[in-house]
Design a protein around this ligand. Sequence first.
Ligand code: 5GP
Length: 114
Amino acid sequence: MSETIFSKILRKEIPATVLYEDDLVMAFQDIHPQAPVHFLVIPKQPIVSLDSISGDDRGLLGHLQWVASKVAREQGLSEGGYRVVTNIGSHGGQSVSHLHYHVLGGRPMAWPPG
Ligand code: 5GP
């Protein structure tokens, strides 16, 4: 996998507002928030997208979702609800080739998405 902006965030070479970090994952605020709360949860392991995972990644994916839910709760999103989404490839609207879950909340979300 080639270098992305998220690799630099993981190495603390560029700043980010980190909401959670452990040895496997990091959650940080999106630089261009699309909702009052908008953060990203990424694995430290360089995985391009959900399309390139293997069976060995199943535990990591569960952990990513656990962190998404934990940080969403801490950000006060439980009562109103929120959206977790991951974009895959060009049709999915993915702009950074490092797997990430968007967590968006603090306003009602439209459906279907554009
Ligand atoms: P994608 O379009 O790939 O699903 O989402 C990439 C997300 O990364 C976008 O929401 C974008 O705002 C965010 N992003 C891109 N560059 C940076 C950055 O340097 N810092 C942070 N915190 N977020 C970024």
